[in-house]
Design a protein around this ligand. Sequence first.
Ligand code: NAD
Length: 357
Amino acid sequence: RTRPRTLLVTGGAGFIGANFVYYWCETYPGDRVVVLDALTYAGNRQTLAPLEEKANLRFVQGDICDRAVVSALLEEEAIDTVAHFAAESHVDRSILGPDAFVRTNVNGTFTLVEAFRQYWNACNQPTHFRFHHVSTDEVYGSLGADDPAFSETTPYAPNSPYSASKAGSDHLVRAYYHTYGLPTLITNCSNNYGPYHFPEKLIPLMCINILMGKPLPVYGDGQNIRDWLYVGDHCSALDAVIHRGTPGETYNIGGNNEVKNIDLVHMLCALMDELAPELPVRPSNKLITFVKDRAGHDRRYAINATKITSELGWQPAQTIESGLRHTVSWFLTNCEWWQPLLSDEYQAYYAQVYTNA
Ligand code: NAD
């Protein structure tokens, strides 16, 4: 590396953002990391607490839609790299209430990229500055069983309010490169999993329900296919793109692990049966309960990651088996992290989504 970096990490108290902050502080201890996070239901400052004591890290509670806060932070901290994770991220919540998704994902991304452009101009447009926008493969829509995997040239066809709002933010960031020459980067990745994953998401939800002996709600026929990416592999991919990616380009990131939802749930049940010392119901797969399908549920996502592997030399280190084993062990040994998240608000949300579970 030619120089240390000063990063603004938005959404750094969320699942992927926090894993990224840990990854970056451990990999580049000479860099400064500033986290900007609104601490919505999905943000948890406790996740970063052990790191705040020892790393060159500052936490700021604030909203990416607040232009004054964003602009002041960029200048005050002399930021050269923005890693933008902050978002409303859960498809089921976007179906129940899309407003927050458009506000944060579209307006928030606009506020951030526009503030960064003005600051970059004021600094005389340094060529080493980077604005990295983290996005999802869901912007490409749904695949049939025999369709080729999503590549960077697949047309956008978002189907949920979540993916539509992410698509809007991707287009804005892309336009800032083409119109203003702002050094932007975009990555679209598949489903992440790993430590610090909020309990509403499929993998932690299944682990926690197995521990509690509660039904394991599986949408529809369970045949929907997702590609799974271990969050640590996602972080190393972002590192490769920030350091070696070409500004203005998009890179798809995938784990090369296409799995049907029902098969994933069976894998989790088997791991929990093996690793958990005490379970109220064994074997855990007796708890599987098929529930009414999610509205507009995409059938299949798959990522063609040839560009990032061939151009930037990135490869995922985990297989689905090794990544899941690590994740299940983490949830078993970190109950004190996830138990407080099962709040009344969470229970009310859960009851609304899984009405017949
Ligand atoms: P998350 O929901 O766990 O975390 C989001 C974080 O953003 C939270 O800490 C929240 O407090 C913060 N935030 C929300 N609104 C904010 C606002 N207005 N201002 C400042 N902070 C705000 O999400 P995640 O799963 O870590 O996802 C991170 C990013 O990666 C998102 O952009 C998401 O679209 C993208 N992504 C996620 C996945 C996945 O599998 N989780 C897959 C592909 C892409």
